[in-house]
Design a protein around this ligand. Structure first.
Ligand SMILES: CC(C)(COP(=O)(O)OP(=O)(O)OC[C@H]1O[C@@H](n2cnc3c(N)ncnc32)[C@H](O)[C@@H]1OP(=O)(O)O)[C@@H](O)C(=O)NCCC(=O)NCCS
Length: 153
């Protein structure tokens, strides 16, 4: 089944928190030590998703269950995660396109994201370029940007 992309509902919060924690363990766990994965996981609670949904647009890839998520704050991408069992299936690309289209329609000239080591190559592949690299408590954090095509309004 092709996942559809829809806005977050409060009832998604526990499923998304579990999905993100699984992603961190299975996908990011290949690039980060266990203590860093534990630190990252502690941040992604169901309550945090509900709280963030009041400030950001959160979107869910839904194929009968939540299989991916992305958040947007203007032209900033946050929290892009895809079910590890479905990685490489194009869900990440579709979620990213979804928020890029929304930002382009609002007139933003470029999209910006902060990428983990794990997602860095994914973003480069999808047309993003490095702007800077910062050292954080979680290791390297890359800032990347991609120009957006203007949308006729
Ligand atoms: C990064 C992530 C969102 C990618 O989602 P996905 O659904 O697997 O990605 P897609 O299938 O849409 O991939 C799109 C393209 O990027 C490539 N790609 C995906 N992940 C990649 C990776 N880690 N390294 C290199 N290329 C990658 C795919 O092969 C595909 O290439 P193509 O153009 O040849 O088709 C997913 O792996 C994930 O959830 N990672 C862990 C969480 C994370 O780090 N999120 C970012 C927070 S900053």
């Amino acid at each position: 089944m092709t996942a559809r992309i829809r806005p977050f509902r409060t009832g998604d919060a526990p499923h998304l928190a579990a999905l993100v924690r699984r992603c961190l363990r299975e996908t990011n766990g290949r690039d980060y030590p266990a203590d860093v994965v534990d630190m990252m996981s502690a941040r992604f609670t169901a309550e945090r998703f509900v709280e963030l949904s009041e400030r950001r647009g959160i979107y869910v890839a839904d194929d009968g269950r939540a299989v991916g998520t992305v958040s947007r704050d203007g032209n900033k991408v946050h929290m892009l995660f895809v079910d590890p069992g479905l990685s490489g299936g194009g869900i990440g690309r579709r979620l990213l396109r979804h928020v890029e289209e929304l930002a382009a329609r609002e007139g933003h000239a470029y999209m910006e994201t902060g990428a983990s080591v794990t997602a860095h190559t994914f973003y480069l592949r999808l047309g993003y370029s490095d702007v800077r690299e910062d050292d954080t408590e979680f290791g390297a954090d890359y800032t990347l940007r991609k120009p957006l095509r203007p949308v006729a309004r």
